[in-house]
Design a binder for this molecule. Structure first.
Ligand SMILES: Nc1ncnc2c1ncn2[C@@H]1O[C@H](COP(=O)(O)OP(=O)(O)OP(=O)(O)O)[C@@H](O)[C@H]1O
Length: 304
């Protein structure tokens, strides 16, 4: 059964079509991600699905209910990660989870929820003394207290260091193992690739690609990316003539060469570098990623 069904969703702010005809389905038990740069319309879409903002067009069904007609039956079955800055500073992890539990008729046991987000060791720590990542996980615990079927995470790891980000990824995997549907937004392509069963890549309020991360990459690329920066800016037209090269892209001083013959291309590139008496900085060879998909489709990178 479908957990979320969105059809032709539109949100207009003055002259801006912030969400411009978005459609997708999320299956039960799926981790579904919206990936896109700042301002792409991810939060606006999420908040419309949650029933917190009114669309200017389109339809939204959550667990079979029409969000625009009757949001009440849905509220009991979804969990929303709040912004952690608004939590009571002096209350401990357990006290906060207990407080939010008191708002609902049916809840999971407080300690079970704390275990789900791996905060057992911090049950008696005041929220102001938690690290940023721990506070984000506490916010997820609070979102889980009513044992929701669908959990919404809006940029759950923005601003976290790599270790804290990985801890949050573990939490999301835990949720999926428990059969939950997870809807998340992110502008980290690695996060989308690792966590999401399917991803909607969004830009300027539109979905520009939708599918399994690996399928999106394979559909767009059967090439390997060679990447570097170079002060002299080796001309794209010259690089494009090297053996094996399919395409060359230059963005923010970084040159990406997509090649179907890495060894041939690399050899020729190194010969060219020597001949031109220039140097490459940060030369890497890597498989294509969702970032390349975004770059190919928009001509820009997700991160700015
Ligand atoms: N209440 C509002 N009034 C006017 N414009 C808005 C409002 N809310 C959002 N916008 C604009 O709509 C666009 C989409 O915003 P949204 O927050 O949905 O993007 P996002 O993809 O979630 O980006 P971010 O990661 O920065 O939150 C942006 O250009 C934003 O400035």
């Amino acid at each position: 059964m479908t957990a979320i069904q969105v059809e032709n969703l539109v949100k207009i702010y003055g002259p801006l079509r912030a969400v411009d005809g978005i459609s997708f389905d999320v299956a039960k038990g799926e981790v579904f991600g919206m990936l896109g740069p700042n301002g792409a319309g991810k939060s606006t879409t999420t908040e419309m699905i949650e029933g917190l903002r009114k669309p200017d067009g389109g339809s939204i069904h959550v667990l079979g209910h029409d969000v625009l007609k009757n949001v009440e039956p849905i509220k009991q079955r979804i969990g929303i990660q709040l912004q952690t800055t608004s939590l009571f500073q002096k209350l401990t992890t357990r006290e906060l989870v207990k407080l939010f539990a008191s708002f609902y008729k049916n809840t999971l046991p407080v300690d079970e929820v704390i275990g789900l987000v791996n905060l057992e060791e911090k049950v008696n720590t005041a929220s102001k003394d938690l690290s940023g990542g721990q506070r984000q996980r506490l916010a997820v615990a609070i979102a889980l207290i009513n044992d929701p079927d669908i959990i919404f995470l809006d940029e759950p790891t923005t601003g976290l260091d790599p270790q804290a980000r990985r801890s949050m990824w573990d939490v999301v995997s835990n949720l999926q193992k428990r059969g939950k549907t997870v809807f998340l937004t992110t502008h980290y392509m690695e996060e989308a690739e690792r966590l999401c069963d399917r991803v909607a890549v969004v830009d300027h309020g539109k979905i520009i690609a939708l599918g399994k991360p690996q399928a999106l990459i394979h559909d767009n690329f059967d090439e390997t990316a060679l990447e570097f920066s170079n002060d002299e800016q080796l001309p794209e037209s010259l690089l494009a003539t090297l053996p094996g090269v399919e395409r060359v892209q230059n963005e923010n001083g970084i040159t990406t060469i997509y090649s179907k013959g890495v060894a041939r291309t690399t050899n020729a590139l190194m010969a060219l570098v020597e001949q031109q008496q220039t140097e490459l900085r940060g030369f890497t060879i890597r498989a294509a990623t969702l970032e390349d998909v975004f770059l190919k489709l928009t001509g820009r990178r997700i991160r700015d």
